[in-house]
Ligand binder design. Structure first.
Ligand code: NAD
Length: 487
């Protein structure tokens, strides 16, 4: 498959190039091979994207919402038709196994376009009775929204931002992560094919400096970032300086709590999904697995047995469960945490280093790794690693585990396994996290709002909640009587 796109950027319904912009490459992480060369946006390209978005937005906002919805639904159908092709491209760009990209990336993006497409025609304001006179509210778009993506779910992140923004009548300029620039361009093409007016969804490539220029641009009304907490602080500071509205989807160090009455096999499945899916490169991962001490041995035994069955290798092979990490810097970061865990005295139960794949040289593979006897103070239990490194911590009582689970600056997600229905809800009520699961983990259907407490984020994506972050309410007072004045 040819990964090289027709052009680096997609502006006003067509590809665009900026040959003088800094070089930006896409690397197939299973081999380290360069599969596409692009250029970052220069200032003229940013200017062009912003002004095309501004004109496109006016046309789009005047399009009846039901018609806007039809375009999004058609784009969803196009993504579904092209799912295999898009999945292979996502696998080449990210290294995530095709087994995953076939079901979780463009497919979930299509769900998102369909969901917000269905919602577009039913966005309404309200009528407020003032006793004779009345007021009404209208839900209006914000204008040009900037989306900035992370590299772990490139096309899904682009859809999670574009679909609610477009449903509300906004235009978007989207900057993918410089590590995974390819599939957002395919989304732009699909939206054009579905009938989206030119300029309403644009893609510009670039590093953090391009993101910063987009945020500070006078035509930008709002920015939605998916990225790390340090980038989130910089984006919030810059957006604050220019008083731009923000949504921030940031990192986490989420707890998964397994009580003594849990179904151990299901809890092990959840811990595997919460740490090893996408080679652990998922923001909401339950990387602190608190297991009641009475079931710790049984839990670890099954966890190690089942992790030993994982097929690690070529991500383009559909039998592969675990592919490489996304990049060399990510590989080095994850390997350093594997060493830190051992230096800190955590007990290495399995994995612990780089992995060799006989047929692929130069890939960024690491072994799925489990540390037991981890304590709260260890860095592997406090810092986001973003790799397949699970920390298992013991606990004795509900109060104790709740206090420890909440003792973090993050608050993205949390999970609890128990058969006691009252305990499940009681524990969830006390967990400081924006997205929670009872007896499962990491399922993020588009209907359910997603986002973080504390330093893990601002605002929500998905569900009806996302509409609040891509629209503004206009209140209109209608006087039905005369106007009194003091003189
Ligand atoms: P990152 O913070 O390094 O980069 C994210 C994006 O921000 C990139 O497009 C980057 O170019 C851009 N950027 C960097 N500096 C910027 C600046 N000063 N101004 C504007 N834009 C700037 O994150 P990453 O390494 O790409 O992704 C991994 C991180 O993303 C992890 O922390 C993970 O938890 C988080 N993440 C969160 C969610 C969520 O929904 N909460 C989802 C996926 C990933």
């Amino acid at each position: 498959m040819r990964a090289q796109p027709t052009g680096s950027h997609y502006i006003n319904g067509r590809f665009h190039d900026s040959p003088n912009g800094a070089e930006l490459v896409s690397i197939f992480p299973a081999t380290g091979e360069v599969i596409a060369k692009l250029n970052a946006a220069d200032d003229e390209t940013i200017e062009l994207a912003m002004s095309m978005a501004e004109s496109g937005q006016k046309i789009w906002a005047a399009t009846p919402p039901l018609e806007r919805g039809r375009v999004l639904q058609k784009a969803a159908a196009i993504l579904r038709e092209k799912n295999r092709e898009l999945s292979v491209l996502e696998t080449l760009d990210t290294g995530k196994p095709l087994q995953e990209t076939l079901v979780a990336d463009a497919a979930s993006g299509a769900d998102c376009l369909e969901y917000f497409g269905n919602l577009a025609g039913s966005l309404t304001g309200e009528h407020i009775d003032l006793g004779g006179s009345f007021a009404y509210t209208k839900r209006e778009p914000l204008g040009v929204c900037v989306g900035i993506g992370a590299w772990n779910y490139p096309v899904q992140i682009a859809c999670w931002k574009a679909a609610p923004a477009l449903a509300c009548g906004n235009a978007m300029v989207f900057k993918p992560s410089e590590v995974t620039p390819l599939t957002a361009l395919r989304l732009a093409e699909a939206l054009t094919e579905a009938g989206l007016p030119a300029g309403v969804f644009n893609v510009v490539q670039g590093f953090g400096d391009v993101g910063a220029k987009l945020i500070a641009h006078p035509k930008t009304a709002k920015v939605s970032l998916t990225g790390s907490v340090p980038t989130g602080s910089k984006v919030a500071a810059l957006a604050g300086e220019h008083l731009k509205k923000i949504t921030l989807e940031l990192g986490g160090k989420s707890p998964l709590i397994v009580f003594e009455d849990a179904d151990i096999e299901n809890a092990v499945s959840a811990a595997i999904n919460a740490n090893f899916y996408s080679s652990g490169q998922i923001c909401s991962n339950g990387t602190r697995v608190f297991v009641h001490s009475s079931i710790k041995q049984a839990f670890l035994k099954r966890l190690v047995e089942r992790t030993g069955n994982a097929v690690l290798g070529d991500p383009l092979n559909e039998e592969t469960n675990i592919g490489p990490l996304v990049s060399k810097p990510q590989l080095e970061k994850v390997l350093s945490y594997m060493r830190i865990g051992q230096d800190e005295g955590a007990r290495l139960v399995c994995g612990g280093g780089a992995a060799e794949v006989a047929t692929l040289h130069g890939g960024y593979f690491v072994q799925p790794t489990v540390f037991a006897d981890v304590t709260d103070q260890m860095r592997i239990a406090r810092e986001e690693i973003f790799g397949p490194v699970m920390s298992v911590l013991d606990f004795e009582t509900e109060d104790e585990v709740l206090a420890r689970a909440n003792a973090t600056e993050f608050g993205l997600a949390a999970g609890v396994f128990t058969k006691d229905i009252q305990r499940a809800h009681r524990v969830i009520d006390s967990l400081q996290a924006g997205t929670c699961w009872i007896n499962t983990y990491n399922l993020t259907p588009i209907e359910m709002p997603f986002g973080g407490y504390k330093k893990s984020g601002v605002g929500r994506e998905n569900g009806h909640a996302a509409i609040e972050y891509y629209s503004q309410i206009k209140s209109v007072y209608v006087e039905m009587n005369g106007v009194e004045a003091p003189f």
